[in-house]
Design a protein around this ligand. Structure first.
Ligand SMILES: Cc1cc2nc3c(=O)[nH]c(=O)nc-3n(C[C@H](O)[C@H](O)[C@H](O)COP(=O)(O)OP(=O)(O)OC[C@H]3O[C@@H](n4cnc5c(N)ncnc54)[C@H](O)[C@@H]3O)c2cc1C
Length: 493
């Protein structure tokens, strides 16, 4: 479905594809990470080309809730389970740098920003304990958070933590400004070209569906890196969640809110060009492809919103995914084994507005040979400690179990034509086959993800095939939508 931000926008024009020219820096992916990185490199005089598989903002950035906040639910407590206080301070410093850069950028480029306090809040006694820990960890990391007893929300809360003077914006407006600036420096942007591989040679060879491009250096700003080298996929959990926007809400809260209890609830408002103010409600996150009905999650969020915000009239709903690192710390820097020629950034755990800009600052400094910020080292690909290894083992056991159960489950369905909007995985002589019916067209594709062989599951909200292993997603006809996979599900008769 289309987000409030992307609705009504037209796909921007792109530049003629001329791979024979080669380039100094190729940035793969036109989300916030890719476009900020590309602008920083282009400003420094580098020849930059951005290659985007779909269109700018198509994946996470155009479908975010776009809170630009240093208070991030209970994220610092999660991070402190695996890292020292010093690393937590580096994480906050990276996010602060990203936030400051974006605020200055928006001010200089006429992108409207609303300054708002951010709140993490609890609705259960366990949540209150989580909040107390978060308060301590945010203080330890130097943030001026405060305890709040009454949040004045239209449902019962027990307590909150508040950080003043945070921000929110429309992410698609930010991407538009970045695209314009990139072009003003001579940078090029290509849409609808999927990169299928990168050979880390001197120069690198960027393999795409439209031919090969040579580049001195390559930045993978693809959400999760598309190269398996570095094993990023094994360190990340793809997490999907939902958002709905409403108009006509008279009791919309003025700040930005996120519950620390499950299921999560995220709230903010958004001024629209027609002068109205909309309420955004988000939440109900879960592992990609690991839930019986995604549509059920949307219905649940809708019902909750109508219960607490009477009179709310829905304008848009959508869903998206982001990658949560097992140790809660993003990974930004050179991809191992590429001779310092290929770089990547991932693992923002749904806090990618500040993290993406921070990552871009770090990557640009590395590529330009500038002094890297003091916090940059903490973001590099690191050797996992015992706690991280234990958690990685748990996550990958869940992944393995899902792959196996996925295969076994294929025995359960016999092949038939599913009703409109539905999909099923059936057994066939050639392995599991995914059959779906969307807009009256029935398609049959291999149900085995070409990335690492997981059996895909039908997403009844987005009408897509989603892989529970590492989050690759495919359209009903098998074409790639997102994730680490770079080739489609094969057609089946
Ligand atoms: C529901 C939801 C709500 C969120 N809310 C917030 C929030 O309030 N605040 C916050 O800070 N963060 C939030 N986040 C997180 C934030 O949106 C993301 O972390 C951030 O947008 C990631 O940006 P990115 O540029 O790294 O990735 P993306 O925006 O996903 O961009 C990656 C791009 O790479 C392209 N690509 C991928 N593979 C290829 C390929 N092979 N070839 C070419 N191109 C390719 C994709 O098409 C895509 O356009 C939220 C995330 C979700 C899912």
């Amino acid at each position: 479905m289309t987000s409030l931000w992307l609705a009504g926008t037209e796909e921007p024009t792109d530049d003629p594809w001329a791979p024979e020219l080669g380039v100094q820096d190729a940035v793969i992916g036109a989300g916030l990470t890719g476009l900020v990185t590309a602008v920083l490199l282009a400003r420094a005089g580098r020849q930059v080309t951005v290659i985007e598989a779909r269109y700018p903002g198509a994946v996470a950035t155009g479908n975010t809730t776009a809170k630009l906040s240093l208070l991030q639910g209970s994220h610092l407590s999660a991070l402190r389970r695996y890292h020292s206080a010093e690393t937590a301070r580096a994480y906050v410093a990276a996010n602060t740098a990203g936030q400051e850069w974006l605020l200055q950028y928006c001010a200089a480029h006429g992108v409207v920003v609303q300054r708002r306090p951010a709140y993490s809040y609890a609705t259960t006694p366990d949540g209150v304990m989580t909040l107390r820990r978060e308060l301590d960890h945010t203080h330890e990391a130097g943030l001026a958070t405060e305890w709040v007893d009454d949040l004045a929300l239209p449902f019962e809360t027990l307590a909150g933590v508040r950080l003043a003077d945070q921000a929110q914006f429309d992410p698609v407006q930010v991407l538009a400004a970045l695209r314009a600036e990139l072009r003003s420096w001579g940078g090029r942007l290509h849409h609808r070209i999927r990169v299928t591989g990168v050979r880390a040679r001197r120069p690198c060879i960027v393999q795409t569906e439209a031919g090969e491009l040579r580049a001195d250096r390559v930045v993978l700003a693809t959400g999760i890196p598309i190269l398996d080298r570095g094993l990023y996929f094994a360190l990340m959990e793809p997490q999907r969640s939902y958002a709905i926007s409403f108009r006509g809400v008279s009791n919309a809260p003025t700040g930005m809110y996120l519950s620390v209890d499950q299921p999560t609830r995220s709230l903010r408002t958004a001024p629209r060009p027609d002068g109205t103010e909309q309420l955004l409600v988000g939440g109900n996150g879960h592992g990609v492809g690991r839930i019986r009905s995604e549509l059920g999650q949307v219905e649940d969020l809708r019902e909750w919103s109508h219960r607490h915000f009477p009179g709310a009239q829905e304008t848009h709903w959508w869903s998206a995914q982001d990658y949560a690192p097992v140790d809660a710390m993003p990974v930004v820097g050179a991809v191992p084994g590429t001779g310092g020629r290929v770089f990547a950034a991932t693992g923002y755990a749904k806090w990618g507005m500040t993290n993406a800009a921070g990552a871009a600052l770090r990557l640009a400094a590395q590529l330009l040979g500038d002094e890297t910020p003091a916090w940059g080292k903490a973001l590099e690909r690191r050797a996992p400690g015992p706690a991280v290894l234990a958690r990685t083992g748990m996550v990958n056991a869940k992944v393995g179990a899902h792959a196996t159960t996925g295969w076994l489950r294929t025995g359960a369905s016999s092949r038939r034509t599913p009703p409109e909007g539905a999909g099923l995985v059936a057994r066939s002589a050639a392995g599991p086959v995914g059959v779906s019916t969307v807009d009256g067209a029935t398609c049959a594709v291999s149900a085995v993800c070409p990335h690492l062989g997981g059996v895909v599951a039908w997403n009844d909200a987005e009408k897509s095939w989603d892989c529970p292993l590492h989050g690759s997603r495919f359209a009903p006809d098998g074409s790639v939508l997102e994730g680490p996979a770079t080739s489609p599900l094969k057609p089946r008769s």
